[in-house]
Design a protein around this ligand. Structure first.
Ligand code: PLP
Length: 390
């Protein structure tokens, strides 16, 4: 059976060039980058080169790049590394759990958090961020692109607010990186987190931009790796893979790949929206989508259970995600969609299609062929449609 993977925001496969770049660093060039012998120096050179690439990717100085294990670690480091008892933290109610759970933990340690809610479109209004500022506010953290809706947040404006008020600013760019241009100097943020596996690199590796002079405490202590900002023997192959993925991502932003991706996403979306009882999560009051990452659309389907559609599509060879999380057997509606004001049923009946940049027209056609069939079939069976499920 033909399989089409449309869950790129969960993770992406390695591109062949990434695999090839990494391969030698597991085998012949296996050295520890801290060793002074030739094997070690070979690894050190690879890490240094990767750091230069990441500095271009972020538009920062080499010394401002810190390699780590991915988005969760970057997000946690920003929060635990900067906030102390008595500080106030501003974030949004649509962040990833790596931010939300870290904020919850700090609540027990005397750090209060304001969770700014989005507009119904999924956009955070910078005015709401400004309003939440108090004298003791030390950090603002806002994501670049939402993982469920793809909605791009106004980080430039929030960066100006942070600069005006002297507050540290962290961006979770895990879902935006490689899909949209960004530049840490232009935005003026102090910290920014990315993860390789969301951009065709390996899992378990990421990087953080840490603006020079930002007084951040490391999460991990031990050796003096990463200028004492992140202890632990460098994952050399992972770092090389991340840098290769970043290099390819920069090309994709330049050579029209991302533009083409947006076109295919739009075609998919328009096709699905022809089914009755559907709509976009991430649109303004007139139903016009707001600015989103090129690969993502989140669609509600009235009168059905999102989870049932995920399973039905999986059986037809299509991998997608619902925005809901499964906690102890019960499907919880997505916190992002609920924060945008959707009711529980609509939030549960919403699905995320997130396309790989390697997606083909034939993939989109296949999905457009199977989705309406599956939707009609499920609606015919659905207790939601029959009005027996509250
Ligand atoms: C917006 C966002 N932040 C952080 C993370 C966590 O990244 P990682 O899987 O590298 O820990 C994810 C992963 O889904 C994400 O979508």
């Amino acid at each position: 059976m033909r399989r089409v993977y449309m869950d790129a925001n969960a993770t992406t496969p390695l591109l062949p060039e990434v695999m090839e770049a990494m391969r030698p660093y597991w085998m012949e060039h296996f050295g520890n980058a801290s060793s002074i012998h030739r094997d070690g120096q070979h690894a050190r050179t690879a890490v240094d080169r990767a750091r230069e690439t990441m500095a271009r990717f972020f538009n920062c100085h080499d010394a401002e790049v810190v390699f780590n294990s991915g988005g969760t670690e970057g997000d946690n480091t920003a929060i635990f590394g900067l906030l102390h008892p008595g500080d106030h933290f501003i974030t949004t109610s649509i962040e990833h759990s790596a931010i939300l759970e870290a904020a919850k933990r700090l609540a027990h340690r005397g750090v209060e958090t304001t969770f700014v809610a989005p507009q119904p479109s999924g956009l955070i209004d910078p005015v709401d961020i400004r309003r939440a500022i108090r004298p003791e506010t030390r950090l603002i953290s806002v994501m670049l692109a939402n993982n469920e809706t793809g909605v791009l947040q106004p980080v430039d404006e929030i960066g100006r607010i942070a600069a005006d008020t002297g507050i540290f600013f962290h961006i979770d760019a895990v879902q935006g990186a490689g899909k949209v241009e960004f530049d840490v100097r232009r935005i003026g943020c102090h910290l920014l987190s990315i993860s390789a596996h969301k951009m065709h690199g390996p899992k378990g590796i990421g990087a953080m931009f840490v603006r020079r002079g930002t007084p951040i405490e490391p999460l991990l202590v031990g050796g003096s790796h990463e200028r004492r900002q992140r202890a632990g023997t460098e994952n050399v192959a992972g770092i090389v893979g991340l840098a290769k993925a970043a290099e390819l991502a920069m090309h994709s932003l330049d050579d029209g790949t991302i533009y083409r991706l947006a076109g295919l996403r739009d075609r998919l979306e328009a096709g699905i929206l022809q089914s009755p009882g559907t709509g976009i999560n991430g649109a303004d009051a007139n139903g016009k989508p707001v600015a989103r990452a090129a690969n993502t659309t989140n669609i509600w389907f009235d009168q059905l259970e999102g989870e049932a559609l995920v399973i039905a599509l999986d059986m037809k060879g299509v991998s997608i995600s619902g925005g809901s999380a499964c906690h102890s057997g019960a499907t919880e509606p997505s916190h992002v969609l609920m924060a945008m004001g959707l009711d529980k049923n609509r939030a549960r009946a919403s699905l995320r299609f997130s396309l790989l940049k390697t997606v083909t027209e034939a993939d989109v056609e296949h999905v457009l062929h199977v989705v309406p069939e599956a939707v009609e079939h499920l609606r015919a069976l659905s207790p939601v449609a029959a009005g027996t499920l509250g």
